[in-house]
Design a protein around this ligand. Structure first.
Ligand code: SF4
Length: 302
């Protein structure tokens, strides 16, 4: 039934997150080595009128009455700020549903006044801060050619000055790429420059775009936590696959499960659980989804 809304899904940081997907698959201005959606094959950095925002509003209206959720979360199969009408939807959601609104962005377009202006209606803006200099930025996030680290930082600093809500930064650690002491000191300095409210150190736990983009060992992750904590408060480590209950529309559970798989690969065990819960023949999911093995665990993606 739903085309844009999915979940609620258990989120590491947002509790029960009712997701709204506003970007088609892999339209992005970065091409992160760890992206669980695969490599970026629509590499753009300008806004596109992907969808009719009124259709999305209609779905949000229905879904927010159907489900119990903690956050309404705007996210994409790519970078949400590339959607022309994201601002309309954020403002509308603040006025027309009762829960907090979060936006997941890489943060690269916050240097634009127009983007900062509509983002300021959100309660939480989650940004990615995987590097502390241009060189590492280009290795781990592989941004569009016109996006540079200094501009990215300027956008974050300006947004911090203007935004009354919370900025949560995500630092995705990739083994051998941004986990060395010097890199982490640089990342710490870059975080300090705009003082996010929370910092989440994460590692690839689901299949990444590049198979070599794996998690550092636990000792390195702990060291990373200590180094970043010298620069900013509220540093949390999330280095596990989160478990929790997924929810989908019970009138069309196959479609609901596939909508989640577009955004988040699920393990075989998770697919079994949700298929059992909604009385779905698991083969209907498996024949549409693609199988990927990562860290010895089998996942399904769509
Ligand atoms: S992780 Fe986010 S920013 Fe990076 S390529 Fe994937 S969708 Fe784009």
């Amino acid at each position: 039934m739903f085309k844009y809304v999915f979940g609620p899904v258990p989120s590491r940081r947002f509790g029960k997150s009712l997701g709204v997907n506003v970007v088609p698959l892999k339209y992005c201005n970065w091409n992160c080595v760890y992206c669980q959606l695969g490599r970026t094959n629509h590499f753009i950095n300008s806004t596109v009128d992907f969808f009719n925002y009124e259709e999305i509003e209609e779905e949000i209206k229905i879904a927010t009455k159907m489900y119990d959720y903690d956050y309404l979360t705007f996210i994409g199969d790519g970078e949400p700020t590339l959607y022309k009408d994201l601002g309309i939807l954020i403002k509308w959601s603040k006025e027309n549903q009762p829960k907090k609104v979060a936006v997941f962005t890489n943060g690269a377009r916050l240097k634009m006044e127009e983007i900062r202006s509509y983002m300021s209606y959100a309660d939480v803006v989650k940004v990615s801060n995987d590097a502390g200099d241009e060189k590492t930025f280009r290795i781990v996030d592989r941004p569009y050619r016109d996006i540079h680290f200094d501009d990215f930082m300027e956008g974050l600093k300006q947004f911090r000055k203007e935004f009354n809500g919370e900025i949560w930064s995500e630092v995705m650690l990739v083994k051998g790429v941004n986990d060395k002491e010097e890199e982490l000191e640089n990342i710490g300095r870059s975080l300090k420059a705009y003082s996010p409210d929370k910092v989440h150190i994460m590692v690839p736990t689901r299949p990444p775009a590049e198979p070599w983009a794996t998690a550092p060992d636990s000792q390195k992750i702990l060291e990373a936590g200590k180094i970043l904590s010298k620069y900013v408060n509220n540093v949390y480590i999330i280095d596990y696959i989160e478990r929790g209950e997924f929810y989908v529309d019970k009138d069309n559970p196959v479609n609901g499960i596939l909508n989640i798989l577009k955004i988040q690969p699920m393990t075989e065990e998770e697919i079994k659980d949700i298929s059992f819960k909604y009385n779905v023949n698991i083969d209907n999911i498996k024949e549409k989804a693609r199988e990927v093995v990562f860290n010895g665990i089998k996942y399904y993606v769509y």
